[in-house]
Design a protein around this ligand. Structure first.
Ligand SMILES: [Zn+2]
Length: 106
């Protein structure tokens, strides 16, 4: 499944129960069409003691949300925006903000 955002992108959640929250994409799960956004959708996970983590207990961890629920936040407008693609002369395709036309990929 194609996910329109990439790791490191700043996004805003535009639908669902986390609507309005902003954060940075820390993981993209293309197979599921989901993304993990820093600080969004914390769930309690019961951690069993392992060799790595000596102490068990409950930890808060971000769970993935549907990528369709997030929109990229343009670094220039500071607003959630749709992305347009622009083909460069050298054949590369870059992402630009459809609002201000600024290049998102630096
Ligand atoms: Zn913009």
């Amino acid at each position: 499944m194609k996910v329109h955002v990439r790791k490191g992108d700043n996004v805003m959640v535009v639908s669902g129960k986390h609507k309005g929250k902003k954060g940075k994409v820390t993981r993209v799960l293309p197979d599921e069409g989901r993304v993990v956004v820093e600080g969004v959708n914390f769930v309690k996970k019961h951690q069993r003691p392992t060799n790595k983590v000596m102490q068990g207990g409950v930890v808060d961890k971000e769970a993935a949300i549907a990528s369709s629920a997030v929109m990229l936040v343009c670094p220039k407008c500071n607003e959630p925006t749709r992305l347009a693609h622009k083909d460069l002369e050298d054949g590369r395709s870059i992402r630009v903000c459809s609002r201000c036309g600024d290049v998102v990929d630096k």
